[in-house]
Design a protein around this ligand. Structure first.
Ligand code: UD1
Length: 420
């Protein structure tokens, strides 16, 4: 039976909720364990399908993976015995993050094959920056029939200067990992600066690598012979935290997010404060206070970090749908990331999408309806809309939401929402 989320809207959100590690940190770190010659123990990891799929792919390569402690967030990975270099098959096509394995596999084995992530339909999410960067480190690439075959003539990557044409998060991470075992120094310029990049660099350094400058647009990696194992706790998920912050702003109430880092959410804090919401906290917790009467913050554009995150754009749109006045969202990162606008309209929202802009005229109340999750964050936005709507909302295709939220229903119920 297809899973659905059913929400009776109109409750305030009160109480506290613990935020686990960031999906977008854990996924590249899991790929990076391919470089480690000892057991890696990751803590506070969410039990979500994207991470389970990545672990399954690691297992298929020969890694020993233990998820006995996953309920409390512990995962143990030992990649010593990895002996396969082809990342193909259904799971690879299903999760885009399988591309992260290319850099680590090629730098460890001098060869590797990966299916084009997401099958052949990568259209608006290309991987040319990943591949151009690997070529600059001496990798020969044959990209045909949805298979990317990589080889290195000498067996060893050689450090070099890579200038990214765009600060792609995934490409920066992939190339950082590839450079870890390359001979000599690699300099990545125009690198992405997201907190997850800094986290990956911290992981690499904790396991014996040498990465400097992560968090700035120039990252310098000095090659080493190998990484060791050890313990690591990835950073908290700023998108999950941001989703619940927006939920509290919309519904009214007071919510405390334990373990969340406000330093990673400066752009959202600014927007929420403009709408009249109180946001307080530090690197270990966030408190949001709202009376539920929001005023338009004007125009918001998604940008690379530290700008407003594209992964919070859908949730923000749900909020602006019930925010007094006219607001504009400009989506600069991805071309077709407005499918939730149509679903919000089914609930009475007044939204016009023109190219990469959405013009949102706030209505007093949304009305519960049957709506779809078309993607992970768009799905979360529909849940938030349901919380703030009059009546019952039913969200279908919940499996998208489960890719990135361990227990969105339990978390929100714990905050007083009527949701099942
Ligand atoms: C990561 C995040 C994702 C987030 C995105 C932007 C993970 C697992 N996912 O995705 O949640 O929405 O950052 O913050 O961390 N591009 C190219 N060529 C490439 C790579 C990217 O043109 O080779 C373009 C993309 O089409 C997009 C832009 O660059 O327009 C940003 O993409 P990128 O930063 O690479 O996003 P991801 O790493 O895929």
């Amino acid at each position: 039976m297809q899973k659905k989320i059913i929400i009776e809207g109109g409750r305030r959100l009160e109480g506290s909720c613990r935020i686990k590690a960031a999906k977008n940190s854990v996924l590249p770190i899991l790929a990076c364990t391919v470089l480690c010659s000892g057991e890696v123990r990751l803590h506070n990891c969410p039990n979500i399908s994207d991470i389970r799929d990545m672990l399954e792919i690691l297992r298929s390569l020969g890694a020993k993976v233990s998820t006995h402690g996953i309920i409390s967030g512990d995962i143990t990975i030992d990649c010593r015995y990895v002996d396969k270099t082809a990342v193909t098959g259904d799971l690879t096509s299903a999760i885009r993050s399988s591309i992260f394995l290319l850099g680590p596999i090629v730098t460890r084995f001098g060869q590797g094959i990966v299916s084009s992530p997401g099958g052949c339909q990568i259209g608006s999410r290309p991987i040319d920056i990943h591949l151009d960067g690997l070529k600059a480190l001496g990798v020969d690439i044959d990209d045909q029939n949805c298979l990317i075959r990589c080889s290195v003539k000498t067996g060893k990557l050689v450090g070099g200067d890579i200038r990214l044409k765009m600060p792609s998060v995934g490409a920066t991470e992939n190339l950082m990992m590839a450079a870890v075992l390359a001979v000599g120094r690699t300099v990545i310029s125009n690198a992405a600066k997201e907190p997850e990049i800094v986290d990956l660099a911290n992981f690499i350094n904790a396991m014996g690598g040498n990465v400097q400058g992560a968090g700035t647009s120039e990252i310098v990696i000095d090659g080493v012979d190998g990484l060791v194992g050890g313990d690591f706790t990835p950073i908290p998920d700023r998108i999950v935290a941001g989703t619940y912050m927006i939920g509290c702003a919309m519904c009214g109430g007071c919510v405390r997010l334990e373990g969340a880092n406000l330093g990673h959410l400066g752009a959202l804090q600014t927007v929420l404060e403009k709408t009249g919401v109180g946001v307080f906290g530090d690197s270990n917790h966030i408190i949001v206070e709202s009376n539920g009467n929001l005023i338009s913050p004007g125009r918001i554009e998604t940008e690379v970090y530290p700008g407003f995150a594209t992964d919070l754009q859908a949730q923000l749109m749900a909020m602006l749908a019930v925010t007094k006045g006219e607001s504009i969202i400009v989506e600069n990162l991805f071309e077709t990331r407005f499918r939730h606008a149509e679903e919000l309209t089914k609930m009475g929202a007044d939204i016009d999408v023109v190219n990469k802009s959405a013009i949102i005229k706030g209505v007093k109340r949304l009305v519960g309806a049957e709506v779809n999750a078309f993607d992970l964050r768009g799905g979360a936005a529909m849940v938030l809309a349901g919380l703030a709507a009059n009546g019952t909302t039913v969200v279908s295709d919940v499996h998208y939401i489960e890719r990135g939220y361990e227990n969105i229903v339990g978390d929100l119920r714990g905050l007083g929402a009527e949701i099942k």
